[in-house]
Design a protein around this ligand. Structure first.
Ligand code: UDP
Ligand code: MG
Length: 319
């Protein structure tokens, strides 16, 4: 049985040595498994690639793919899945927030208990800024309501997956990737493990509040068309309100006459409706923008250097 561990790395020079030491211990304890450590260097600006090259020189299980620039964690995960040669594939952060020590338990769930994938979620958000936790919770609550993809609060990207699961993910070669949604969308039997939040071992988080906010919009646009329906619904409601107002004004004119007052309210209504129109156009625009990026069919990442290679369709079919 071969197990590939995908590690997306962006400016992780400080964390990589700790990570390698930790995973080394786990690999020692799982002698029956053949390991492949697949580091994806996501255009790091520090010495990450050099550190990975050093590891690769002394340990032949270490493989890497290095991007031409920073493409984001989602692209790094996709590249990892494409290059993974294992029967099982795990995705793990480089900062030890995804404890490698859980691997044996995850491995057992797939090989002995018959699950297709084992996912993890953190049950606390200790050590995180409170505003961030608040918005994260709101996001998950909203997603639950407006999307069919089953996106779990606190879910991490830390997962172990069987080959069919990985192949299903690779079938989805969309450009706007939101893995937490994709994992749920493909189905299969998934076991959930829970653990307390762990703070990163070294270096800094790569996610600013703004980046997270934009990412959440990506997630909504990728997995729900509810905002479009809401825009349409809003239009209908506004028409109804206008119809009632017309009836009211006509009746008042007939009964009492003289309706040439009310300019301030008129201005308010005009501005209000203008605002709603712009909002709805904005919603439409964000879907259109994603469609635009999608039809261009640009590659999800560009590989600049690697010591492994992607299997092509022919090879996979011939196996
Ligand atoms: N990461 C990446 N590309 C990016 C940002 C992050 O490959 O553009 C990697 C990063 O090196 C780490 C993982 O994604 O291994 C999670 O990032 P981070 O720990 O900064 O996120 P957090 O745990 O704070 O959500
Ligand atoms: Mg982290």
């Amino acid at each position: 049985m071969k197990l590939t561990v995908i590690v997306p790395c962006y400016n992780e020079e400080a964390a990589l040595h700790y990570f390698y030491a930790e995973i080394e211990k786990v690999m020692q304890n799982m002698q029956e498994v053949e390991f492949e450590l697949l580091f994806v260097n996501d255009g790091s600006k520090d010495q990450t690639l050099e550190v990975i090259r050093e590891l690769a020189a002394k340990d032949e299980r270490v493989k890497y793919v290095s991007f031409s620039r920073n493409f984001g964690k989602e692209a790094a995960i996709y590249a990892g899945l494409e290059h993974s040669t294992g029967d099982l594939t795990a995705i793990m952060d480089a900062d030890l927030q995804d404890p490698p020590a859980l691997l044996p338990e995850m491995y057992k769930a797939i090989t002995e208990e018959g699950y297709d994938s084992v996912a993890t979620r953190r049950v606390s958000r200790k050590g995180e800024p409170p505003i961030r936790s608040f918005f994260a919770r709101m996001f998950y609550r909203l997603m639950k309501r407006i999307s069919k993809a089953d996106i779990v609060d606190g879910a991490r990207d830390y997962r172990l997956m069987s080959r069919p699961f990985v192949d299903a993910l690779l079938e989805m070669s969309e450009y706007n990737r939101f893995s937490k949604g994709l994992f749920g969308w493909v189905g299969f039997r998934t076991k959930w493990l829970e653990y307390e939040n762990i703070e990163r071992v070294a270096g800094e988080t790569k996610w600013s509040f703004w980046k997270l906010f934009l990412y959440s919009i990506d997630g909504i646009v990728a997995f729900s068309t509810m905002p479009l329906s809401l825009a349409a619904l809003l239009g209908v409601v506004m028409c109804l309100v206008a119809a009632l107002a017309i009836v009211f004004i006509v009746v008042r004119q007939v009964l009492y006459g003289g309706s040439a007052f009310g300019w301030p309210s008129m201005v308010c209504i005009t501005i209000f409706l203008g605002g709603i129109q712009l909002l709805c156009m904005g919603i439409l625009g964000s879907y259109l923008a994603k469609t635009y990026l999608e039809v261009k069919k640009r590659p999800i990442y560009i590989c600049k250097e690697t010591n492994t290679r992607r299997k092509n369709r022919m090879e996979i079919e011939n196996e």
